[in-house]
Design a protein around this ligand. Sequence first.
Ligand SMILES: [Zn+2]
Ligand SMILES: [Zn+2]
Length: 244
Amino acid sequence: MTAVIAALAEVLFPTLCLSCGTVMPERGAHPFCGGCRARLRPIASPLCPCCGIPYPPEDGPDHLCGRCLLNRPPIHAARSYGVYEAVLHDAVHAFKYGGNLTLGERLGRLMAEHDYPSFRIEDYELLVPVPLHRRRLRQRGFNQSVLLAREISRRRGIPLDFLALRRVVDTESQAGLKKDERRSNMKKAFSVAAPERIRGRRILLVDDVHTTGSTLGECAKSLLQGGAESVGALTLARAIQEPL
Ligand SMILES: [Zn+2]
Ligand SMILES: [Zn+2]
């Protein structure tokens, strides 16, 4: 009977590829169809073990990048599933701005089940999604990072705390501000709401896209000031400015 219902559900509510919308043959296995999957660029070694920026294959083994050598970021290891382009870019947009919450589950699963170079999700004790300012949360109705982190938490058995860190400045709506005003706003954007929940713990920040790393960096600084032992970061996608 269950099989009949499942088969019926498959016909009535087929699983669609998150990028091109093609009907997928099997439910739940992967968020993208074969064609779109071939266009994904998962991030592998060689990379910077600290900020996770990938290098061209001829660059040899993993090594610290110039930026991390000069100025060690507060995040000791940042990793992303893939490069923020084409298929992954479309999926993030459909998820974040299209309001399709089931995408969070499927993209979170992709993050949870991936093997990251020189990095293990299970080395962390607590998942903390990058918080949205309450004004932004009201507009969007959900925090995409919480949905991704919830799926990782469920699949990897690591507790999730989406209240420990708060975004106290709405840094996303500061288009009218000058660059240095934006920077100083960013510096006070986050605050630890419950230090007792993060003290002495190895924390993994979760977000959808790693762009410049400044948001993740400020979150990490707040968590470390609040007493966290160490902070890593896991994102679905990584924006790469320079060509690989
Ligand atoms: Zn597709
Ligand atoms: Zn680096």
